[in-house]
Design a protein around this ligand. Structure first.
Ligand code: NAD
Length: 443
């Protein structure tokens, strides 16, 4: 099939590369000429495990190309994928300007029948909006082409996006009523992906749009639920990890997404929970559950401040080392990352901040140019009064503690992801002061 992808961010680029890997001819278009220039040179603007190899191979075999010429991009594909960003707007609703702009471009240039596939996360009713915009543009040109608008939300996880593309839990396809042609085309496209027992669920466009928000909100709810419970555990001396294990053994609950930490971040959960709240309220409905999830997360991101004060006494003039800056391991994405809130607070309170991250340093440096960045994990520890494990990259899991202690001026650890909890007694014996999340001192 001939496929055009609009937007070469985390979703668009992964989808484009993986669809090319399945034998389709794919043209990826973006308005960001720097990104396209990088991609045309064979470089990858994002870090995503396994992506570079597939990018190289599919470009070499001529199934994958890139352009900033949006008119040419519309003319190219029988399937036109919208994968542009949908950030939160200032008022709390979803900013659809990029989706609407692609819809206008499609309407202005469409010269054949096509299926428009919306992969961006968009509020209920957006497929209808996209249809209206395209139709208006076609009317202006006085041309007629048959087109379908399909809602096909993306569920890939950054850090595992390539694997998730080829092994989705499910593929959701929202169709306009009675659109058998689009059903056939999309069904054929995804059969090659969901060829095992993974279901393709066909539904209406509005339900498909909502499935995405509802899924992210459910996962965020579990995280906030556990995080709020973890504060109570700390207050009464219980152990959140034992509570989580005990809960997870109940098959009705299951063990996933019951970990506690320093709040969820990234480009999806925070904005999607906020977007859902905005949409629900716009419809005059009650969003109190989702509002609580959001505010619990904001509180959790700041929960480390009192721990830092407890560890350091006075924060001013102390050196604090951060391990991990990306919002989660195996990505360079720092959007809404808790590390940003922690770093800013430390800077505002007069700390000297040093950091190491395997992939996110370049992005973090743009936001925090004055922090010092290590080339390897141990460098920022030199003379540090506190080490905060912010993101649980594998490289931090089993460090040389004797070396850590020797480098630090005071052996203080805050383990924001509880990855050292299993041997905190050993750490204490080595002389470290240790604080985890959700674990009382005697638990
Ligand atoms: P991103 O910000 O990384 O990339 C968006 C890209 O779209 C940018 O490169 C931008 O230059 C480009 N763009 C903007 N306007 C354009 C236009 N008119 N024509 C062509 N390109 C244009 O965004 P992302 O993280 O890939 O997310 C895209 C969508 O997918 C969002 O709705 C997001 O919520 C959703 N989503 C993201 C993830 C994730 O893990 N990142 C997962 C699932 C769903």
């Amino acid at each position: 099939m001939k496929i055009t992808i609009f937007g070469t961010g985390y979703v668009g680029l992964v989808s484009g590369v993986c669809l090319a890997d399945l034998g389709n001819d794919v043209l990826c278009a973006d308005v960001d000429s720097k990104k396209i220039a990088l991609l045309e040179r064979g470089a990858n603007p994002i870090y995503e495990p396994g992506l570079q190899e597939k990018l190289d191979q599919n470009t070499k075999e001529d199934r994958l190309s890139f352009t900033t010429d949006l008119g040419k991009a519309v003319a190219y594909g029988d399937l036109l994928f919208i994968c542009v960003g949908t950030p939160a707007s200032k008022g709390g609703s979803v900013d659809l300007q990029y989706v609407e702009s692609v819809a206008r471009t499609i309407g202005q240039h469409l010269d054949h029948d096509a299926v428009i596939v919306d992969k961006s996360t968009v509020p209920v009713g957006t497929a209808e909006k996209v249809r209206t915009i395209i139709q208006q543009e076609l009317n202006k040109r006085n041309v007629k082409h048959a087109f379908s608008v399909v809602s096909n939300p993306e569920f890939l996880r950054e850090g595992a996006a390539v694997n998730d593309f080829f092994n989705p839990d499910r593929v959701i396809v929202g169709l306009e009523q009675g659109d058998e042609r689009a059903k056939q085309v999309i069904g054929k496209l995804y059969k090659s992906v969901a060829r095992t027992s993974r279901p393709i669920l066909f539904t209406d466009t509005k339900s498909a749009e909502l499935i995405k928000y509802a899924s992210n909100a459910m996962l965020a709810t579990r995280i906030s639920f556990m995080n709020q419970l973890s504060r109570y555990c700390e207050a009464v001396g219980a152990d959140i990890t034992a509570v989580s294990k005990g809960m997870g053994l109940d098959t009705r609950i299951g063990s996933r997404f019951l970990h506690t930490g320093i709040g969820y971040g990234g480009s999806c959960f925070p904005k999607d929970v906020k977007g859902l709240i905005g949409s629900i309220k716009e419809a005059g409905c009650d969003a109190s559950i989702f509002e609580a999830v959001d505010s619990a997360n904001e509180a959790q991101k700041r929960s480390l401040f009192s721990k830092i004060e407890q560890a350091l006494g006075t924060v001013k003039g102390k050196k604090v080392a951060l391990w991990g800056l990306s919002f989660k391991p195996k990505t360079d994405d720092i959007r809404e990352a808790p590390s940003k809130i922690i770093a800013q607070w430390l800077i505002d309170n007069g700390s000297d901040v040093a950091a190491f991250d395997p992939e996110a340093t370049r992005n973090f440096k743009e936001a925090f140019p004055k922090i010092s960045y290590g080339k390897e994990p141990y460098e920022p520890l030199q003379g540090a009064d506190l080490l905060i494990l912010v993101t649980e990259w594998d490289v931090f899991r089993n460090p040389d503690w004797a070396r850590v202690k020797k480098l630090m001026s005071t052996p203080n650890i805050i383990d924001g992801r509880n990855i050292y909890l299993g041997y905190r007694e050993d750490l204490k014996e080595l002389g470290f002061a240790y604080q985890g999340v959700g674990v009382g001192d005697d638990a």
